[in-house]
Write a protein that binds this ligand. Structure first.
Ligand code: HEC
Length: 367
């Protein structure tokens, strides 16, 4: 190139500036190390959030998406997603602290009340709220309150969708184990649903009916059944059916402080705000019971435990109370707990105790 000196100079100058720009841009670009650093922070918060039993439904998914983006070399996106997960974990951790103050303002939550005091106040609240409902109607959830739903439900109950499951359970109940014994050797009779969940002094934990069923099996050298489906639900359905009409009578033994503590944990769970929507069970099933939410009428907390397992049209199948707990947790975008987790067993203890006196009418049929 035969350019005059000034032009050469300008060209050189432009080259210099652009290389500086390119270099600085390169330096600003997000690297894999940046992703790793944020990701690690998010993971630590996840651990903390899990250890205090409060995670949101979709946060782990966000963190996973972050990892996928990183694997694809999309580091900027990966950092953005990991930061989003970090924020959600942080808020879930804060939610637990905020609950402490919040719980003090809830009229039905008294951490120090005895189970008997709770039942008295809470049952009185619902009887006053629905003065026309006889006690046994509370066991029918929102069908007791919505006349159109009720007509549909009664039509379903004419050919109950849970009956084949009850019959299967009946057969299983009577089938002998390999050692010649059967469930009758563990249970005094099949009509025991009213006593569950029960307090187990040996383990110092709440024992649910499915746990007793598995204990019985293991004591007789049989493999435990999977919770929440198949044979386990069939046995539960049969036991519920055999227990129909008898009042719920859950016991929190006054002489074992661990039992009271488990009950209190369950009570706290029920009244604590959870999930991204920051709502407690209490928000939907106390004051708002009887009101509409989308296509549903919200049922009252009282009587919610009497009819499990239930056939739900939405599930197209039978499901357990814990499956329903998971569903209600997920609705408010909280991460659900496992079937038979300690959290759900304690919740079931408190929740069922509330319905003491209300007759068991399982299995149920629900939309
Ligand atoms: C955002 C509102 C909402 C929250 C919060 C909520 N639920 Fe529900 N729940 C529903 C709706 C809607 C239904 C279906 C209608 C009904 O049966 O009340 C339902 C149904 C249920 C049922 C089945 C009732 C029946 O008769 O079969 C149980 C049990 C239940 N919820 C327990 C809980 C528990 C325990 C919590 C807290 C972990 C909770 N719910 C939180 C909305 C909610």
């Amino acid at each position: 190139m035969n350019l005059p000196f000034t032009r050469k100079f300008i060209l050189l100058y432009i080259l210099l500036i652009s290389s500086v720009l390119i270099y600085s841009n390169f330096a600003l670009a997000v690297t894999k190390d940046d992703v790793n650093a944020v990701y690690k922070e998010a993971e630590q918060l996840q651990k903390k959030s899990a250890s205090i039993g409060n995670q949101w439904r979709d946060t782990a998914k966000v963190l996973k998406q972050s990892q996928q983006a990183a694997d694809n070399g999309q580091y900027e996106k990966a950092v953005r997603l990991a930061k989003k997960a970090k924020t959600q974990y942080t808020l879930a951790i804060k939610q637990v602290d905020a609950n402490e103050a919040y719980l003090k303002s809830v009229p039905f939550y008294d951490a120090d009340a005895t189970p008997e005091q709770d039942v008295k106040i809470i049952q009185a609240f619902f009887r006053e709220k629905f003065p026309k409902l006889p006690d046994k109607e509370f066991a029918n959830g929102f069908y007791a309150m919505d006349p159109i739903m009720r007509v549909n439900w009664e039509a379903i109950e004419e050919f109950p969708p849970y009956m084949p499951t009850v019959e299967r359970g009946d057969t299983l109940w009577k089938t002998k184990f390999a050692n010649g014994k059967s469930y009758n050797h563990c249970f005094t009779s099949a009509s025991v649903a009213t006593n569950y969940p029960r307090w187990d002094r040996e383990t110092g934990e709440v024992e649910t009916l499915p746990m007793t069923i598995n204990r019985c099996r293991e004591a007789n050298a049989e493999k435990p059944l999977k919770y929440g489906k198949g044979e386990m639900l069939a046995l539960q359905a049969y036991i519920a059916y055999e227990s129909r009409g008898n009042p719920t009578k859950v016991v929190v033994p006054a002489d074992d402080p661990r039992a009271l503590d488990a009950y209190k944990q369950g009570k706290k769970f029920y009244f604590s705000r959870r999930g991204q929507l920051n709502m407690a069970c209490y928000h939907c099933h106390f004051d708002n019971a009887g009101k509409n939410i989308r296509a549903n009428v919200l049922g009252p907390a009282l009587g919610q435990t009497t009819h499990w397992p239930a056939y739900r049209s939405k599930w197209g199948d039978m499901g357990s109370l814990h499956r329903r707990y998971k569903g209600c947790n997920k609705q408010v975008r909280a991460k659900p707990f496992d079937f038979q987790s300690k959290e759900y067993r304690n919740l079931e203890y408190f929740h069922t105790f509330l319905s003491n006196g209300i007759p068991v009418n399982g299995p149920g049929a629900r939309f």
